[in-house]
Write a protein that binds this ligand. Structure first.
Ligand SMILES: NC(=O)c1ccc[n+]([C@@H]2O[C@H](COP(=O)([O-])OP(=O)(O)OC[C@H]3O[C@@H](n4cnc5c(N)ncnc54)[C@H](OP(=O)(O)O)[C@@H]3O)[C@@H](O)[C@H]2O)c1
Length: 261
């Protein structure tokens, strides 16, 4: 029987990949994880068929790498079955460059992906790196499999991929925590708990509305801020927040570099 997907790893990403694949294709992927299907004593990721040896995943037409890069290097380094695998390898291990993956799976179609787990099992939007040397027919076939997870954005340069991969996943999580801090700052002097809840709710609603309207900050200032008014004072006092964000983003890029094999 044709098996389309194997998932290496059953942590946050591996579980989400298996569940979303099952929900959208009605097919069960093969799954392997170091600690097995009953690691939590209850049986994890019910939507997949568990295998006890990771190389059994290579019976599938495509595999998703959902374990850290160093763990994959240990598992697949010098593994003959990996060397013979001719399917698709979709790697979410941010630390592994496509050249390292190609050494492990020299005959496979390698696509680095940056999945973004925001929609529960409804979809997993992804950024994918299209290898320059990949023939068009193989690219289209691999891309069609990835599209089973949801929307795909594609870039063709590995450096660009590494930088904007952070923008689609890790960075928004950090920015949302900054937005939550901004909400808390605005609620600081409110002692009434229900007023505080209302305040947080209307703040987040306004943020969502502004983002949904797609306004950039300059347009926003022009449209919303009355000259000499309260919003304008806020925007002018915001000052060095760009420098702060730049420094946080650079820290994250530095960590991504440290993790690279
Ligand atoms: N979570 C995300 O949104 C996301 C997005 C993009 C990329 N990624 C990347 O995907 C990978 C997994 O992330 P995650 O969030 O799913 O992490 P996680 O929840 O901590 O799960 C890690 C998985 O890797 C396995 N693992 C860890 N060390 C291992 C080793 N030495 N040998 C074999 N397996 C090992 C774990 O095995 P057990 O099941 O036995 O614990 C588990 O299945 C990472 O490389 C991460 O950078 C994650």
């Amino acid at each position: 029987m044709r098996i389309r997907l194997g998932v290496l790893g059953a942590g946050r990403l591996g579980s989400a990949i298996a569940k979303t694949w099952h929900a959208r294709t009605r097919q069960s992927p093969l799954i392997w994880s170091r600690s097995g299907c009953c690691a939590d004593g209850q049986g994890r990721v019910g939507e997949g068929q568990w295998v006890t040896d990771w190389t059994n995943l290579l019976k599938a037409e495509s595999i998703v790498i959902a374990i850290p890069g160093h763990a994959l290097l240990k598992l697949a380094g010098d593994n003959e079955q990996a060397r013979q695998f001719t399917g698709n390898v979709f790697s979410a291990a941010a630390s592994l460059a496509s050249s390292s993956l190609q050494q492990l799976f020299p005959r496979a179609t390698i696509l680095c992906i940056a999945p973004f787990l925001i929609h529960g099992v409804k979809s997993i939007p992804m950024l994918a790196l299209r290898p320059a040397s990949l023939p068009l027919s193989r690219w289209l076939q691999a891309k069609a499999e990835l599209e089973c997870f949801g929307d795909i954005d594609v870039v063709e340069h590995e450096q660009v991929f590494s930088q904007i991969a952070l923008l689609g996943a890790s960075w928004p999580v950090v920015v949302v925590s900054a937005v939550q801090a901004a909400a808390s700052a605005g609620l600081q002097r409110l002692e009434d708990q229900s007023a505080s809840q209302v305040g947080r709710r209307i703040f987040l609603r306004a943020i969502q509305a502004l983002l949904a309207n797609g306004a950039g900050s300059h347009e926003l200032a022009g449209e919303v801020a009355t000259p000499g008014g309260i919003t304008e004072r806020g925007l002018k006092s915001l000052g060095d927040v760009t420098t702060l964000f730049e420094s946080v983003f650079q820290q994250m890029q530095a960590r991504a570099e440290e993790l690279r094999a």
